[in-house]
Design a protein around this ligand. Structure first.
Ligand code: C5P
Length: 399
């Protein structure tokens, strides 16, 4: 689904300005109208021409630009915007916003705005850790300014620590998140995702085909709907969605232990993981050598059913199951929902969903079947989240 919002993107002086070129592309691709404003320092890191080409619009840098109607640049340029995003936001810029200073076009626009302001800080770790910056960050939060990041890791100056700007995907996700309805605000959501992997020996495992994409999309959608999300993930190649706490596990029994830790505090449990049904009874401590043509026998024991366990807890969270079927989806889904005693089950055809970026889910609940149509996994996840929010509100209204 295209985002399609009117954004004012401000750039201040920082080497991370190159990431904003990519951010403009992503926003434009998502149907947004992106108006770019740069400070003088920003223009030393990346040229207005680059951003003009990517946004397809004039880039503004000067408060006294005669092209702005009636010399009212400080109000005109942000008047029709739905969000101002400043990325990269330097320590100096943030200090100026805290003080209410308006000595250039961007700070003036930030002061004279009637939409939200989001900043993506980008600076050296010592600048970030400095008490003055930390005081400013706390004040920005108090003033209702949204913070996207920063991240920790390698910095352009060669040091490692907190203060690097989020990657463009991360800033985009925060922007997207801002515009989502907060239907799960105040709710704690626990999600399992990905496959589990059961060792045969140190180099071989039994696993399920699961990329984890659907579970991660559900985690992202729940977080964007305002929930506090814990994602318990089997081995996948995916990065955790921004703002989601991820717990990594390998085996089904490890997943079970992790779920038990968080289930009691959760309002909602969404079990998307493709949990292996069996584990190897005595995995070998050493690599098993090839035999003499006689084959090999592995003894398997059943894994715990994590979802059924959570659903049977005395104060069980609202439980949602997933079912990937290869045929007779509706019949199997209904049976599974009854067997696991869960209020909601999301089912799809395995051959259409595995590893793909889109999916076609049907929801099953007490009221019957609800086909969600075909679409990107994130869109399907958003529909699922909104359905859960409606059912939960009927049961247990948010405090
Ligand atoms: O039929 P099956 O038991 O595979 O049902 C699938 C649903 O149950 C999924 O939501 C899956 O995450 C969950 N499940 C589980 N623990 C298992 C097997 C499946 O939580 N051991």
């Amino acid at each position: 689904m295209a985002l399609g919002k009117r954004i004012l993107l401000g750039l201040t002086g920082g080497i991370a300005a190159y990431k904003s070129a990519q951010l403009v592309r992503m926003l434009v691709k998502s149907g947004c109208d992106v108006r770019v404003v740069m400070t003088e320092s920003a223009c030393r890191f990346i040229t207005p021409v680059t951003l003009q080409a990517l946004s397809g619009q004039t880039v503004w840098t000067d408060l006294w630009d005669p092209r702005i109607a009636d010399n009212m640049g400080h109000i005109e340029l942000s008047r029709d915007r739905e969000l101002i995003v400043v990325a990269p936001a330097s320590a100096n810029f943030m200090a100026k916003v805290v003080q209410g200073q308006a000595d250039d076009l961007l700070t003036t626009l930030c002061l004279a705005r009637d939409c939200a302001l989001m900043v993506a800080p980008a600076m050296n770790r010592q600048m970030w850790d400095n008490p003055a910056t930390q005081r400013n960050v706390a004040q920005l939060r108090k003033d209702g300014v949204l913070l996207a990041g920063p991240d920790s890791g390698d910095q352009a100056c060669g040091e490692t620590g907190m203060g690097r700007m989020l990657e463009p995907e991360g800033v985009f996700e925060e922007i997207e998140s801002y515009f989502q309805p907060k239907t799960l605000s105040g709710r704690k959501v626990l999600i399992t995702a990905g496959p589990t992997s059961e060792p045969i020996d140190p180099v071989r495992t039994i696993t399920n085909s699961s990329s984890g994409k659907m579970g991660y999309a559900v985690a992202q959608a729940a977080r964007q709907a305002g929930a506090e999300v814990t994602l318990i993930s089997g081995p996948t190649a995916l990065a955790a969605p921004s703002g989601v706490a991820r717990v990594d596990v390998k085996t089904a029994r490890q997943m079970f232990d992790a779920v038990k830790k968080f289930a009691a505090a959760a309002d909602i449990f969404i079990s998307v993981a493709a949990v292996a049904d069996y584990h190897v009874v005595n995995p070998s401590a050493q690599k098993v050598k090839k035999g003499d043509g006689k084959g090999m026998t592995i003894e398997l024991a059943e894994n715990p059913d994590i979802l059924a366990y959570v659903a049977s807890l005395p104060n069980a969270p609202f439980c949602v199951g997933f079912a990937a079927e290869t045929e007779a989806v509706s019949k199997h889904a209904k049976e599974k929902r009854a067997r696991k005693k869960i209020p909601l089950l999301a089912a799809n055809l395995a051959q259409q969903a595995l590893g793909a970026d889109d999916n076609e889910i049907t929801l099953f609940d007490d009221a019957g079947e609800h086909p969600l149509g075909r679409g990107a996994k994130l869109d399907q996840a958003r529909k699922l989240v909104s359905h859960i929010a409606t059912l939960l509100q009927k049961r247990k209204p948010a405090a």
